[in-house]
Design a protein around this ligand. Sequence first.
Ligand SMILES: *Cc1c(COP(=O)(O)O)cnc(C)c1O
Length: 496
Amino acid sequence: MDIRYRSTRGDSEQVTASQAILRGLAKDGGLYMPETIPQLEKSLKEMASLTYQETAYEVMKLFLTDFTEEELKGCIGRAYDEKFDTEEIAPLVKADGAYYLELFHGSTIAFKDMALSILPHLMTVSAKKNHAEHDIVILTATSGDTGKAAMAGFADVPGTRIIVFYPKGGVSQVQELQMVTQKGDNTDVVAIHGNFDDAQSGVKAIFGDREFAKEVEAMGYQFSSANSINIGRLVPQIVYYVYAYAKLLENGEIQEGEQINVTVPTGNFGNILAAYFAKQMGLPIDKLICASNDNKVLYDFFKTGVYDRRREFILTNSPSMDILISSNLERLIYLSTGCDGEKTGRLMKDLAEKGMYEITGDMKERMADFVGGFATQEENSAEIKKVYEDTGYVIDTHTGVASCVYRNYAKTTGDTKKTVIASTASPYKFSRSVVEAIEGPGSSDDEFTYIDRLNAISGVALPQAVEEIKSAPVRHHMECEKDGMKETVRGILSGK
Ligand SMILES: *Cc1c(COP(=O)(O)O)cnc(C)c1O
């Protein structure tokens, strides 16, 4: 079946998968959605013995229907290779009554690698397919992990440039070092004086600026996005949920057809939305437990039906989830309206103009698969310590939020279904917070002291990504105000 994509905001234009990937965002500012969500073709029992790469092909071919088998398999092969430090790509670890799906074995040690190691390949194939005349400029706002993972993917890819904006002071020391030491002549990194939402809004505004698009076209460029609004990010993320279920089946942890729950530490709502897509494709998932940190806008939303971003932005020890505008929620809103683009567009307009919107009772009912929860920083730290003391397994601060929310959910509901927790970062990426959760406040300000300590506590070897930043020279020094992003992009592209 040929799948087309259209905007969540009502524009009637239908595009192919490759066009949706190239554009990132639809012309009316909406997000691309497949017109139908395809069903898995093979049974999960058949998929139990497949490798990660084979699973990826089985899932992705159903969405990217204008890619040939050779093209898609080529992309998958180039993405999921030795850049990952384990052949399993996404191993499942059973600890303390749950299954942690480790999504951090790629080159930048966070789950963003799962999609961003394949996106550049999907994009270059898409560019060829559509005879794109211009070089693609990837504009990316990052709460810490997307930026590095996107640059690692796009560095020195011919026909592309990438510009990353991150919130100055809003990312961990390791995250910042990873970004400012990035190699590649086509990469630029800019620290903005603002938070992640400022960066994301700024990037969206540039995408929506027709005049500016013409101006950069004259310079030989066209913009695209590596943020999780790109369908080319969402589709590869569905794969690991199918893979995890198939592995549970293969290992005899569950019976065929048995329902599981999934808990996801959530920021921009991309990862958990992928799990929801997997469910829609026929994967036996019951609840999707959406875990937030102190920025619990999603928890409040699932409880009340009111999305209200008018609140203080809190910097936490799980910075990649410090987000008040969860872009991908728009896709769930759209589905819950029965794919009504006008209605979705109106709610998004309310969000932009009033800072809030409210959904109807009907829409809320259609989201009943989702359960919201949140963990404060103290609860998160206590959870990291508990899991370590019970089992010796060390989890990072984002996974800690999910783990804590899962435990509270199981306790208050009595739901005993097997649960997969998305483990989204290596603890090494947040060494100080993790070590302090386990051993109490430390006196050093040097991140590497905590990295060595974590090594001693966990017994897990230092990942290549951490070894690299120890000695790598800083290559990027640019900063800008939050209303100066367009000017900065203009300056970079015109070589000033
Ligand atoms: C990006 C990120 C998240 C949030 O994922 P979303 O898809 O934005 O909800 C959680 N944890 C880590 C470590 C991340 O990098």
